[in-house]
Write a protein that binds this ligand. Structure first.
Ligand code: PPS
Length: 289
């Protein structure tokens, strides 16, 4: 497998190999106690996954060494040749499942709604998402070649990169958050006050934890701690698949790095895009600390 082209499933651009397992994703059977972590890519999925795994294990960090984060929190739509698919791993799990997904609201398998599963949605400001995603496209060869930053920027604006339109994704989940069992969290809020957000998550999953445990979870899930932890930094994936020398998965973990990448002209185009795309919602984002 080397840089396969994007394919379209149910109207959404998806990584080529993922499209091959789409039929199994659509009929996936959720269970009542499943918890889904859903995000547009590069919005804090791994961070939230580590936090939630710790919350469910009452802050016992030894339990998080049982596997890498992508094993503890399997990725529903993940599918590449000769590796177990997300649906297969999840179907074989007997204990409570935390499930990672990047699917937009319209494409979430029906069974999640039938079972009224809890969903934690993490959203991040799109300028930092764009920059993070560009670096990720370069380092993970399951993506097509992103081309120049200018070209990838255009793909983001047009919604033609993997998982499609950022604005449709964040707005779609924002709209239904009160009708469904959804906790909507912002990456920038997690940066601002991680303990406050960890507490919100623990309340949402009905796991009451004392302050010292919340503090322990916070310490274990700082950017630095997760970057150094091989169970959360993706370094256990072969370098032929994810090349951290091109760009580490745990890259910067900050708000506002877009200022180092977007030109003044690109920033103006981006602001016009936001005005156009976000005029029909009260959802807003923070672009700096
Ligand atoms: S993926 O591939 O879509 O699952 O990626 P995802 O985990 O959603 O996003 C990766 C970005 O999140 C940053 N990250 C963190 N930031 C702050 N604190 C912690 N603990 C943390 N863990 C991961 C990671 O560095 C990526 O952002 P960038 O901007 O590229 O650094």
């Amino acid at each position: 497998m080397s840089r396969p082209p994007i394919k379209i499933v149910s109207g959404m651009p998806i990584l080529g190999p993922f499209a091959e397992n789409w039929a199994n994703v659509q009929v996936f059977q959720a269970r009542e106690d499943d918890i889904m972590i859903n995000t547009y890519p590069k919005s804090g999925t791994t961070w939230m996954s580590e936090i939630l795994d710790l919350i469910l294990n009452s802050g016992d960090t030894r339990k998080t060494t049982r596997g890498a984060i992508y094993e503890r929190v399997p990725f529903l739509e993940f599918a590449v040749p000769n590796v177990a698919k997300g649906t297969e791993i999840l179907n074989s799990m007997e204990t409570q499942r935390v499930i990672k997904s990047h699917l937009p609201i319209e494409l979430v398998p029906q069974s999640f709604w039938e079972k009224n599963c809890k969903v934690i949605y993490v959203a991040r400001n799109p300028k930092d998402v764009l920059v993070s995603y560009y670096h990720f496209y370069q380092m993970a060869i399951v993506h097509p070649d992103p081309g120049t930053f200018e070209e990838f920027f255009q793909g983001f604006m047009d919604g033609t990169i993997a998982f499609g339109s950022w604005s449709q994704h964040v707005k779609g989940w924002w709209k239904i958050r009160q009708q469904k069992n959804v906790l909507y969290i912002f990456y920038e809020d997690m940066l601002e006050d991680p303990k406050r957000e960890i507490k919100k998550v623990s309340k949402f999953v009905e796991k009451d934890l004392p302050d010292d445990v919340l503090e322990k979870i916070h310490q274990h899930t700082t950017f630095k701690a997760m970057k150094e932890n091989k169970m959360s930094n993706y370094s256990t994936i072969p370098s032929s698949v994810m090349d951290h020398t091109i760009s580490p998965f745990m890259r910067k973990g900050v708000c506002g790095d877009w200022k180092n990448h977007l030109t003044v002209a690109q920033n103006e185009i981006f602001d016009a895009y936001l005005e156009r795309e976000m005029s029909d919602t009260d959802l807003t984002f923070r672009f700096q600390d």
